[in-house]
Design a protein around this ligand. Structure first.
Ligand code: SF4
Ligand code: SF4
Length: 462
């Protein structure tokens, strides 16, 4: 039987299947903005791996080599603090923009919205607008229906697989990957991830759609806590619209005792999550603004002012003035500015080389006769720059301390050099436990200096 809500279920069943949502095509300011966002974001995503910078892929997260290339910047595992900082900046930005403009991210920039928009666009181009799609789904399996459904599936699968391929192209050099895939010679893991992400895109954007936002996305659940009375939300002006009802063109609504809502249900028909905004703010609303465009076009047709459904705030609806600057937005913007400044400064001041000094764990120290007491270390130098550099290593901190091994190194660009180093201290100064300082200086005039401290072990050490 059919439930009050429309879904099919049997008595005794706890699960009611979701009704399929057939959003109607909508035209207007926000639809244009959404399309524009879709083209820009998808263009950036699909085009990103093909950009080159300094002779190699501009954005490449090379996990096996543990190096991330972001245009001219090469990030090593030691630089993952920047990744953490970037994630914090993105989280604070989300809080900031949510406090100001509500679910702007959900409606215009979230990957789920953007790919759903692309998949729906293909669906509409092949199967037609809302009523045609509904009719087609109910129709028997004729040749036309099979042709349309097969064509849609081919386009969806092609886009999904290209999405999976582009995603993997950020982790594995995209050009060789493309050639290997064409020649059926690609690494099995790369093929697995292309299909995995392709399948996820196909499922989420083709079938799950609004259900991802309603049931799977955690942001939908807690975004309400980031709202306040000055947050922009998409709202239906009930005071102006109610009581709703149909009327003849040119009829005097006041005389009929009606508000401005003509109850055409266009705002419901265009909604990608299938809700009725006239029932008030609901967590299912992704703030796509499709209902604003739909209602504005109806208001234009019936000759009423636009804005029955509009961006507004709780305070503005109470006829009070809107406050953009308030404690919450001030705190978020201050934190955001501080984090961005910290990240920019730390990247600008980033050391072009790393020096790691590890003590030999097997021997505490060795008595090497006239040379004194020796300690063994393993020195690791990372040259983060693209070009080769020559370095010299020195040690200070104890009277008479000397390095007994190679102190001059030539290290290729983006390479690591690991070398055993023996350090001696005359007997009379080799107490043990003293702090010693290793200093690495470039000898090619590039002005690189890196310092690392360690401890010297000696016979009198506790
Ligand atoms: S209610 Fe309006 S803004 Fe919210 S999801 Fe539906 S169409 Fe988009
Ligand atoms: S589109 Fe506007 S006029 Fe039509 S039902 Fe929705 S709110 Fe009322």
């Amino acid at each position: 039987m059919t439930s009050k809500l429309g879904g099919e279920y049997q008595y005794g069943q706890l699960y009611r299947s979701e009704d399929k949502v057939y959003p109607r095509e909508v035209k207007g300011r926000f639809a244009t903005l959404r399309r524009l966002a879709m083209f820009v974001l998808l263009g950036a995503f699909y085009g990103g791996p093909w950009l080159t910078w300094g002779g190699r892929q501009a954005v490449l997260f090379d996990l096996p080599a543990r190096k991330f290339y972001v245009f001219g910047l090469t990030l090593w595992p030691q630089d993952f603090i920047y990744l953490a900082l970037l994630l914090i900046i993105l989280a604070v930005s989300l809080f900031f923009f949510t406090a100001i403009a509500g679910r702007l991210w959900c409606g215009f920039a979230c990957p789920q919205t953007v790919w759903t928009e692309a998949f729906t666009w293909i669906e509409m181009a092949i199967e037609g607008d809302r009523s045609k799609r509904m009719k087609l789904d109910k129709a028997p399996w004729t040749f036309t229906k099979i042709r349309k459904k097969v064509l849609k599936q081919i386009c969806w699968i092609a886009l999904a697989l290209f999405t999976g391929f582009s995603f993997v192209g950020y982790f594995s050099a995209v050009r060789p990957l493309a050639i290997d895939l064409i020649n059926f010679d690609a690494n099995a893991w790369a093929v697995f991830w292309v299909f995995f992400y392709g399948f996820a895109t196909y499922g989420n954007a083709g079938y799950m759609r609004e259900q991802v936002c309603k049931y799977m996305c955690p942001y939908a659940r807690f975004q309400g806590s980031m709202f306040d009375r000055d947050t922009l939300i998409i709202t239906y002006d009930g005071e102006r619209g109610e009581p709703r009802g149909g009327r003849k063109r040119g009829a005097d609504a006041k005389a009929l005792g009606l508000g401005d809502c003509v109850d055409c249900t266009m705002c419901v028909q265009v909604c990608p999550t299938g809700i009725d905004i006239r029932k008030g703010l609901q967590y299912e609303c992704i703030a796509c603004a499709a209902c604003i465009d739909a209602c504005d076009s109806i208001m234009d047709k019936v000759g009423y002012p636009r804005g029955l459904i509009r961006y507004s705030t709780e305070r503005a609806l109470e006829q009070k003035s809107y406050r953009l600057i308030r404690p919450r937005t001030l705190v978020y913007s201050a934190v955001l500015v501080a984090l961005v400044a910290a990240m920019v400064a730390s990247i600008a001041l980033r050391k072009p080389a790393i020096l790691d000094v590890m003590r030999d764990r097997n021997t505490l120290y060795r008595d090497v006769g006239r040379q004194g007491i020796a300690n063994s270390f393993t020195v690791r130098v990372i040259n983060k720059r693209n070009e080769a550099h020559s370095f010299s290593l020195d040690v200070t901190g104890i009277e008479g301390i000397q390095i007994q091994s190679e102190t001059e190194f030539e290290i290729a660009g983006e390479s690591v050099l690991t070398s055993p180093v023996s350090v001696t201290v005359p007997h009379e100064y080799a107490v043990g436990g003293q702090v010693i300082t290793f200093e690495l200086n470039s000898t090619d005039g590039s002005g690189i200096t890196v310092i690392e401290e360690s401890r010297f072990r000696g016979p009198t050490e506790e």
